[in-house]
Design a protein around this ligand. Structure first.
Ligand code: FAD
Length: 457
């Protein structure tokens, strides 16, 4: 009999692999289809923000990655303005510098089923019971299809869902290079529209350089010559060789909706933006964690009505906010005296707002529109010692009720119980570690039914 997965994921980038991992936790049959025979040696992204690191830690994946961490920076930045992470209320108050290719390799190694490599998702047709996906000319039937196939997503285009926004106005070059003047710890603010640049040591003798606006309005596929990189470096550094180079732009687009029937989108397939502040990969992994348990619950048959639609309701505004921040950073890096004045004002406001901007860039300030009057409702579970957990808990992608009373009868198969010594009211935590209910916000059983379906008797 032909194998029919529950979920087919297009694309084995970080988002697709993380989603596959989330679905695997709940025993959902998943196939990841990737058109590349193997992962390229170079990496676009180089960092994990605190919220992403928290989620990887929660799932037991962070430890696997530790040996590949090149830098641990106690700060993030907004348009080059440093944001102190040290006082943030998190187990991960830093940016972990780790190449995207290594993150992907570890996620892939954690999967029980191999990725279908050198196979391309070409299109699909969906009906009431599933999606017939064309992979290299042959049909593969699945119950759901998720497009994690990057910014030029075939799945998004075939679905016909609008991708509003604007094209790039400036372009830049990212290159991993060997420099004659050897390692440097320099960070130089990239000035869009002028040329150099950020220089970041990669830890293996090479450097990442971002040459912003070196050749403006150049089509993205135009080959990058060593001379172009050399011109971008200017007098500052002598180029020995270019290992890898690619163009980026400040094109900004966000998919109109993250779901079209049985087809969903995540990661760059849903949004593109200027790679400022180290957000794109992080956004994709966080989306995968939001979507994974909801899709698993839908496939397994216990999802309450509307659960899958909360993926769009919760994540679309978060992505819109990240894109707006990337656009704002693009403007704030223009080397014009008036913009320099604006930067000064923005920096003052950032400092006056305490940790607010650091929490935002770190991904720690997200609050989902769940309702409820308690300030914790909808927010991520802060670091808290959980003692005497009755089951595998959040690490296994299950819900957890933290508090003195046990889980009401009928939900024990989906929700575990934990006690804590912390001064925390009783809380119901979803598998993505966001708080769905706080003691005092209406009956617990209503919240359980809303997020975990009806009781099983
Ligand atoms: C210069 C640059 C620097 C960046 N720096 C950072 C950073 O520091 N921090 C950060 O968080 N983000 C950064 N980003 C963004 C980050 O790299 C992306 O957001 C991230 O790669 C998105 O992951 P993804 O899995 O959604 O998509 P992708 O990484 O694009 O993966 C999509 C996968 O789908 C495959 N695919 C495509 N079409 C098909 C198909 N039809 N069938 C099968 N497979 C298909 C592709 O081969 C690919 O493997 C940077 C981006 C750029 C360009």
């Amino acid at each position: 009999m032909t194998f029919e997965p529950d979920v087919l994921i297009a694309g084995a980038g970080p988002t697709g692999l993380m989603l596959a991992h989330e679905l695997q936790l709940s025993g959902v049959d998943t196939v990841v289809v990737e058109r590349l025979a193997e992962r390229p040696g170079w990496s676009k992204a180089l960092n994990l923000q605190p919220r992403t690191a928290e989620l990887l830690e929660l799932r037991g994946l962070l430890d696997r990655m530790r040996d590949d961490v090149v830098t641990t920076l106690p700060a993030g930045h907004f348009a080059g303005m440093e944001l102190d992470y040290r006082e943030l209320d998190t187990t991960q108050p830093w940016q972990l510098g780790i190449p995207q290719a290594r993150v992907e390799a570890h996620l892939e190694a954690a999967l029980a089923s191999p990725v279908w490599r050198e196979r391309t998702v070409e299109g699909f047709v969906q009906d009431d019971t599933g999606v017939t996906v064309t992979v290299d000319g042959s049909p593969v039937r699945a119950r759901y299809l998720v497009g994690c196939d990057g910014g030029r997503s075939t799945v998004r285009k075939r679905a016909g869902v609008p991708f509003p926004g604007r094209d790039g106005r400036v372009s830049g070059v990212v290159a991993d290079v060997v420099l004659a003047d050897g390692p440097t710890g320099d960070w130089t603010l990239p000035a869009l529209g002028t040329g150099p640049m950020t220089v970041l040591p990669l830890g293996d003798g090479a450097h990442r350089v971002l040459i912003a606006g070196a050749e403006q309005q150049v089509p993205r596929d135009t080959p990058i010559t060593d001379d172009e990189v050399r011109r971008g470096l200017g007098e500052a550094h002598e180029l020995v060789s270019v290992r890898w180079a690619s163009r980026f732009t400040d094109a900004t687009r966000l998919v109109e909706r993250y779901r079209e029937g049985r087809v969903l989108f995540a990661g760059d397939a849903a949004h593109i933006h200027l790679p400022a502040g180290g957000q794109g990969l992080n956004l994709g992994l966080q989306e995968a964690v939001n979507l994974g348990w909801k899709l698993a619950a839908t496939v397994r048959g216990w999802a309450p009505d509307g659960l899958l639609d909360t993926y769009n309701a919760e994540r679309h505004p978060v992505a819109a906010r990240v894109l707006a921040a990337a656009q704002a950073q693009g403007v704030l890096m223009v080397p014009d005296p008036d913009v320099v004045a604006l930067r000064g004002v923005v920096e003052e406001l950032i400092r006056a707002a305490g940790p607010a901007m650091a929490e935002r860039v770190a991904g720690l300030d997200v609050r989902y529109p769940i309702g409820g009057s308690h300030p914790l409702t909808g927010r991520r579970l802060p670091p808290v010692d959980r003692i005497s957990v009755t089951g595998p808990g959040l690490g296994a992608g299950r819900g957890v009720l933290i508090g003195p009373s046990p889980v009401p009868r009928g939900w024990e198969d989906r929700v575990d119980h934990a006690k804590t010594n912390a001064a925390l009211p009783a809380v119901l935590v979803r598998p993505d570690a966001h708080i769905a209910w706080v003691e005092g916000d209406g009956p617990l059983t209503e919240a359980l039914a809303r997020w975990f379906g009806g009781p099983v008797t």
